[in-house]
Design a protein around this ligand. Structure first.
Ligand SMILES: [Zn+2]
Length: 364
């Protein structure tokens, strides 16, 4: 893994709000768009590049750190459907893509350490990439975190903070965000905005890899979703491709364990709280949605699809019996695909990608 100081993309021009479209100079805004923050309608920012920038310059940094991995595998599934296996990443989830970009930024910007609120996968990815970059790493997570994941985090040298209560955990992350030497990469606002926009840019490569791997035009992508970081990043990646060569952006289907984004699409306020039982689907838990999640669905013409824990469990068991090793939250995409095919939202034979985000062995 490189120890050089990362070089910023020469094509990165500004940050733009996903909600009000205000533009800002490139800087860290832990509360998202300052104008929307002042209105109490917090929303994330995203990166704006020069219009004619090549694909490789449409990431915040060049030569991102990594552990020698190329594109993640694409598994042919059935009848025009493919599975993008993000479990093959170094720490076993798509969060590696996020961690690579934000740790590059932390090094380039001279931070001493990084901090993240996580239910598992993001913490592991941040801890590994921070360790490799020589950065301190604080992970604020829950006491219920499986023992093997806790052991791995402390093995990376992480400052692990465990909480029973989400409000206490959030207070810890907010305190860390006040330290000018620490880059906090997860949301600290209420309403939540999503994670650091530079990290979300890392997910664009999923779209870029998919157009190289999937034969024909991709029509639908099904993604597990909590605050919509992954879905929004994949959307931005397809939007880059659309700007460069006119390729159509696929419909993005965001899978949630109970009605949050679905309720917002039916008219509930985006800033609302949506209590519900996520069961064992810990990676897509949470009682709120975000503007960026809403934008990913509405701009791509997709859907929000509910897969309750019990339905996910049936698919999890079925997939395990076929030898697959994805965590429960990841297997929701298979259940969602079945229901979207049943409703006709995804027609039979439509070229579709299911994003399997994480493997099973962390006990999540
Ligand atoms: Zn705004």
């Amino acid at each position: 893994m490189t120890t050089n100081v990362p070089v910023p993309s020469p094509a990165l021009r500004a940050l733009e709000c996903v909600q009000c479209a205000a533009r800002y100079p490139v800087a860290d805004h832990p509360r998202g768009c300052p104008a929307c923050d002042a209105d109490g309608r917090n929303a994330n920012l995203f990166c704006v590049y020069e219009e004619d920038a090549a694909l490789d310059d449409r990431l915040p940094y060049r030569d991102l750190p990594g552990f020698g991995h190329g594109p993640t595998p694409l598994l042919p599934w059935e009848d025009g459907t493919y599975v993008k296996n993000e479990a093959a990443q170094h720490t076993g989830s798509h969060k590696d893509r996020f961690a690579a970009v934000v740790t590059a930024h932390a090094r380039a910007a001279g931070y001493r350490g990084v901090a993240v609120g996580s239910s598992g996968n993001a913490g592991l990815a941040m801890a590994a990439y921070a360790a490799a970059a020589g950065l301190e790493c604080t992970v604020a997570t829950f006491s219920w975190l499986p023992e093997q994941t806790r052991r791995q985090l402390t093995g990376f040298g992480t400052d692990l903070r465990l909480f029973d209560d989400d409000a206490d955990r959030m207070r810890c992350i907010r305190d860390l965000a006040n330290d000018p030497k620490t880059l906090t990469v997860s949301s600290i606002t209420d309403p939540v905005v999503g994670s650091h926009p530079f990290g979300i840019e890392g997910y664009k490569r999923i779209a870029w890899e998919l157009v190289e791997q999937v034969p024909g035009d991709i029509e639908h992508v099904v993604v597990p979703s909590s605050r919509g970081d992954l879905a929004w990043g994949i959307y931005l990646g397809f939007r880059d491709l659309h700007e460069l060569d006119g390729r159509a952006v696929p419909r993005l289907h965001l899978v949630e364990p109970f009605r949050r984004l679905s309720a917002v699409l039916d008219g509930a306020p985006l800033t609302g709280r949506f209590p519900g039982d996520h069961g064992r689907l810990v990676s897509i838990a949470g009682d709120s949605t975000t503007v960026q999640a809403h934008r990913a669905v509405t701009l791509s013409g997709g859907t929000a699809t509910v897969v309750p824990d019990a339905v996910a469990e049936a698919h999890f068991t079925r997939l395990c019996r076929r030898g697959h090793v994805w965590e429960r939250s990841s297997t929701t995409v298979f259940a969602a695909h079945e229901s979207l095919r049943g409703s006709g939202a995804i027609p039979a034979g439509a070229t579709t990608v299911l994003v399997a985000t994480s493997h099973l062995f962390k006990g999540l």
